[in-house]
Design a protein. Structure first.
Length: 84
């Protein structure tokens, strides 16, 4: 398995669940030595995407992955890349 996927559409109204799922997927990627995680906050108003980016920029999370990027073709997707 080279990629994990997390779709946040189903839990977009539950802030605690969003943080838990983001932390869980980052942990899983590190444990399984996955190279990339695809996070789908959706397009919408952009609030959920901004929340995901804020989470990824937290210092305690930032040192657990290499980099992230917003998909240039689909602004409702974020790719998180890992070095293992």
């Amino acid at each position: 398995m080279s990629k994990l996927k997390l779709d946040l559409h189903e839990i977009f109204r539950n802030g605690k669940a969003i943080s838990q799922e983001l932390g869980r997927i980052i942990d899983e990627a590190n444990e399984k030595h996955i190279k990339m995680v695809e996070i789908i906050p959706g397009k919408g108003s952009g609030q959920l995407k901004r929340r995901v980016i804020r989470f990824l920029n937290e210092p305690y999370i930032r040192n657990r992955y290499h980099r992230f990027e917003v998909d240039e073709k689909n602004h409702g997707r974020i790719f998180v890349h890992f070095r293992h």
